[in-house]
Ligand binder design. Structure first.
Ligand SMILES: [Zn+2]
Length: 165
C-alpha cells in the first residue's frame, strides 16, 4: 500500500465529472490496490472520506468512514434524498485549512457496487449522510466550496425576491 499525493483545488481532475468504473475492473488486483491506497491516503490525512479524483483519478469510486470502518463505494448514485436539510461545518482535504457551513440532505439512500462487485443499497443519516454527499459531489467535479457559493447565491436571490414584494 502507499500514500498518494492529494490533489488540490484548481487541479483539473477535481473539477471534472469522473467516469463510471467498468464492472470488469472491480475485481482486478490493480483496482483493489487503488482502493487500498485511497484508504491509506485518507487515514494519513486524518480524513473521514476521500474520492478517487482527490488522488488524481477521474473514476467513480470513493471511500467513506462508516461506524463499521471504511467502505469503498463504486459507481454510487442517490436513489432518494430527504427534503429536510441540515447545515453544518465541512472541510475538504483538497481545500486545506478551511471550513464553512454547507446545507446537505439529512438522509440519503445510496446505491453502489462494493469492491466485491456486489450491488448494495442503504440509507444514511446525519454526519454519515453528509460524508456521502460530499464525496459523491467530488465525482461530479464539485467541491463543497462550490456548494457554499451556490447556497449563498440562492439565499441572496431569495432575499431580493422578498424585498420586491
Ligand atoms: Zn472533499
Amino acid at each position: 500500500m502507499s500514500v498518494k499525493p492529494i490533489t488540490l483545488k484548481g487541479t483539473p481532475v477535481l473539477h471534472a465529472k469522473a467516469r463510471e468504473v467498468d464492472l470488469k475492473e472491480i475485481g482486478t488486483p490493480k483496482f483493489r490496490q487503488f482502493v487500498d491506497d485511497m484508504v491509506e491516503t485518507m487515514y494519513a490525512a486524518n480524513g473521514v472520506g476521500i474520492a478517487a479524483t482527490q488522488v488524481g483519478e477521474g473514476v467513480r469510486v470513493f471511500i467513506a468512514e462508516s461506524a463499521k470502518g471504511p467502505i469503498a463505494l463504486v459507481n454510487p448514485v442517490f436513489t432518494e434524498k430527504s427534503k429536510k436539510m441540515l447545515s453544518d461545518d465541512e472541510g475538504c482535504l483538497s481545500v486545506p485549512g478551511k471550513f464553512d457551513r454547507v446545507k446537505r440532505h439529512k438522509t440519503v439512500t445510496i446505491e453502489a457496487y462494493t469492491i466485491a462487485g456486489e450491488k448494495i443499497t442503504f440509507t444514511a443519516d446525519g454526519f454519515f449522510a453528509r460524508i456521502l454527499q460530499h464525496e459523491l459531489d467530488h465525482l461530479d467535479g464539485l467541491l463543497y466550496v462550490d456548494r457554499v457559493a451556490e447556497q449563498k447565491n440562492a439565499k441572496e436571490e431569495e432575499t431580493k425576491k422578498r424585498g420586491h414584494r
